[in-house]
Structure formats: C-alpha cells, structure tokens
Design a protein around this ligand. Structure first.
Ligand code: ADP
Ligand code: AMP
Length: 217
C-alpha cells in the first residue's frame, strides 16, 4: 500500500506515520528526517539543507525527487510506503506519479490532515523527540508516561528541532499555503484525496486514517 500523508507542518503526519509503520509494516519515508540526517552528517547536502530549513523554505524539487526515487527502490518498500513531507510541490507530485508508473505501481491513498492554523504553532513550539530513538512527544499533548523517560526506549535525552520556533514556523506555513496546498486538487482529480479531522486527539486521528486504509470509509 502506497500512502501519502499531507498537511501543514505540525498537522500530525509524523505521529501518525510512525503508528501506521508499526501497524501496517510499511516504512515511513520522511524527507525532513532524511535532510536532518544529512545536516547531522555535515555533508554538502546537509550544509545546503541547514540554510534552507532554518529559513523555513523548501529544498529544490530535483534533489528531493531524486532522494525519494532512491529511497523507494530499497527492498523495504516492496510492499509499499508512507510518504511524510513529500510531495510538497506540484512538480514533486507529478514526478512521483511518473516514478511510480515507471515502477508499475501507483498511489493508493492520499490523506490530508486538516488542522486549524492557530493550533499548528502551539503543536510545533511544544514538539520534542527522544534523542536516542526519535519517538515524538509534545509538552502538553503527548508527554512521556514517565516524566523525562522515553516510552519506547527508556532514553532520557530529548531534543527540539531548531526550525520549531515561532518565526520559522510562520515561513514554513507560508511555504505550505503557497507551494504545497496547490497539490491538493491534483489528488482530488485523481479521486485519491481523503480528508481527516486532524484536530481530534491522536488516537481518534489514527482511527479515522485506519478506516480509510481498511476500506471502511
Ligand atoms: P508533522 O509531522 O505533521 O509536522 P507531528 O506529528 O510532529 O507533525 O506533530 C506535531 C506535534 O503535535 C508533536 O509534538 C505531536 O506530539 C503533537 N500532535 C500530533 N498529533 C496531535 C493531535 N492530534 N493532537 C494534539 N497534538 C498532536
Ligand atoms: P519536515 O520535517 O517535513 O517539517 O521538513 C523540514 C524541512 O525540510 C522543511 O521546512 C523543508 O525546508 C525541508 N523539506 C522536507 N521535505 C521537503 C520536500 N519534499 N521538498 C522541499 N523541502 C523539503
């Protein structure tokens, strides 16, 4: 099953993708995570990505398309994948269609998480993750069960993204409105777009998505 989770920064794509990865056995392909790994490695790509991400802008399409094309050719994607953060422009969406067609496959579901803009800033500025395993948390909405201890791996070190500050969030939302939201009609025309209420609590959002994936909605 090939799935895209779409929605503005902070909509809950990563949170839901990790749950679907676990429950459906298909990998989460998060371009933001791939770029952060490049930044951490100090590579040339990482240096470019750092500047773009800190400004809340988007990386060049060709680079991102190549990154995804390489990634979906890995063996672990043979039964499908969950795209999180890609595509983000019409050019990326079109390139994805072409690349899947070439591979004899297609998208099964494009799921948009609808969240009010005021809630997004709140979600993003409270977001943090486990420095060891990457599990995601929120100061108020998703704290670990034991204060300061990761639920998944027991780690006690946590980190926040440098671009999760209010100023950068505004630029990222502008990029979403200007460059990413215009791809929604692309998937509407293909009759693949389904919307879920991303304002609901995390479990309720998962339930809505699973109903779609299981053909019950
Ligand atoms: P995205 O990947 O779309 O940028 P995340 O999944 O990282 O968004 O979620 C952003 C923040 O909001 C995280 O800290 C997460 O814990 C929290 N969050 C995710 N979904 C919900 C929800 N339905 N209700 C409240 N908080 C949420
Ligand atoms: P995310 O983790 O999805 O919030 O992405 C973090 C940042 O990485 C974005 O603000 C962009 O600068 C960059 N990025 C991630 N995915 C893409 C993409 N598909 N196209 C362009 N830039 C991207």
């Amino acid at each position: 099953m090939n799935i895209i989770l779409l929605g503005p920064p902070g909509a809950g794509k990563g949170t839901q993708a990790k749950r679907l990865e676990r429950d459906y056995g298909i990998p989460q392909l998060a371009t933001g995570d791939m770029l952060r790994a490049a930044v951490a490695s100090g590579s040339e790509l990482g240096q470019q990505a750092k500047k773009v991400m800190d400004a809340g802008e988007l990386m060049p399409d060709e680079l991102m398309v190549q990154m995804i094309e390489d990634r979906i050719s890995h063996d672990d994607c043979k039964n499908g994948f969950i795209l999180d953060g890609f595509p983000r422009t019409t050019a990326q969406a079109e390139a994805l269609d072409a690349m899947l067609q070439k591979r004899g496959t297609a998208l099964d579901h494009v799921i948009e998480l609808k969240v009010d803009e005021e809630a997004l800033v709140d979600r993003i500025t409270g977001r943090y993750s486990c420095a060891n395993c990457g599990a995601g948390y929120h100061d108020r909405y998703q704290p670990p069960k034991r204060d300061g201890v990761c639920d998944d791996c027991g780690g006690t070190e946590f980190k926040r993204r440098p671009d999760d500050n209010e100023e950068t969030v505004r630029s990222r939302m502008q990029a979403y409105r200007d460059q990413t939201a215009p791809i929604l009609p692309h998937y509407e025309q293909q009759e693949k777009l389904k919307r879920v209420d991303g304002m609901a609590d995390i479990d309720a959002v998962t339930t809505q998505i699973k109903r779609i994936l299981d053909g019950k909605a």
